[in-house]
Design a protein around this ligand. Structure first.
Ligand SMILES: O=C(O)c1ccccc1N[C@@H]1O[C@H](COP(=O)(O)O)[C@@H](O)[C@H]1O
Length: 213
């Protein structure tokens, strides 16, 4: 099966073009103000309108309230919402119902016990993002460039589509897919030359390495 890639945290028009040309399936627009990849709704709108048909636009939020989501969705034509904070199962249900968009819930993993939460969210979300838990003291709940122990996923299956994230790069993504059986992969820092600055060659290399399986 052809692996589908997501490149998260685009900040510039040329990043959108690079993703489209490389055959990326999802682009992430980051609305978490503390992130170096943060974009305002106005910037995100400009980037979203640059995306050709077929390139899905995912809005990343962290514990956003309805007013924040309303303001984003009034301005930006998004195809999916990525909830990357401590949103409860009930909150996931509410967001899906209120906005009528597919919701991907991110869950941080560092040990086997974290997988229970995955099963709970898989029952209510449209997709699950299996990410590394942030290192102690990290400001960001994701986008830290740190992989988790992929063997934790051995023998695990979810009926809901899922995506692997956490420290994925052009160098390790082929191995990550082989080890976990992921058919969707997501990266933010792994295709950057500086936080928030994507690189077209790295994006192309990431997609090629992901599709090499
Ligand atoms: O990228 C960010 O700045 C970010 C901020 C807050 C929550 C999530 C964030 N990124 C997401 O985390 C994964 C993993 O990032 P990385 O590849 O390890 O750098 C990324 O794909 C985004 O979906």
């Amino acid at each position: 099966m052809k692996v589908r890639t997501k490149i998260c945290g685009l900040t510039r028009r040329e990043d959108v073009t690079a993703c489209a040309e490389a055959g990326v399936v999802y682009i992430g627009l980051n609305f978490f103000a503390k992130s170096p990849r943060y974009v305002t709704p106005a910037q995100a709108r400009m980037l979203a309108l640059e995306a050709p048909v077929g390139l899905a636009k995912v809005g990343l939020v962290v514990d956003a309230d309805d007013a924040t989501l309303d303001a984003i969705l009034d301005e930006v034509p998004l195809d999916m919402l990525q909830l990357h904070g401590h949103e409860s199962v009930e909150r996931v249900r509410w967001v899906r119902a209120r906005y009528g968009l597919p919701v991907m819930k991110a869950v941080g993993v560092s040990e086997a016990a974290d997988l229970d939460a995955l099963a709970r969210y898989a029952a209510v979300a449209d997709q699950i993002l299996v990410d590394a838990k942030p290192p102690k003291g990290a400001i960001l709940p994701g986008g830290n460039g740190v992989p988790f122990d992929w063997t934790l996923l051995d023998g695990r299956e979810w009926a809901t589509p899922w995506m692997l994230a956490g420290g994925l790069t052009p160098q390790n993504v082929t191995e990550a897919i082989k080890r976990t059986g992921a058919v969707q992969v997501d990266t933010a820092s792994g295709v950057e030359t500086a936080p928030g600055v994507k690189d077209a060659d790295l994006i192309r290399a990431f997609v090629e390495a992901a599709e090499r399986n």
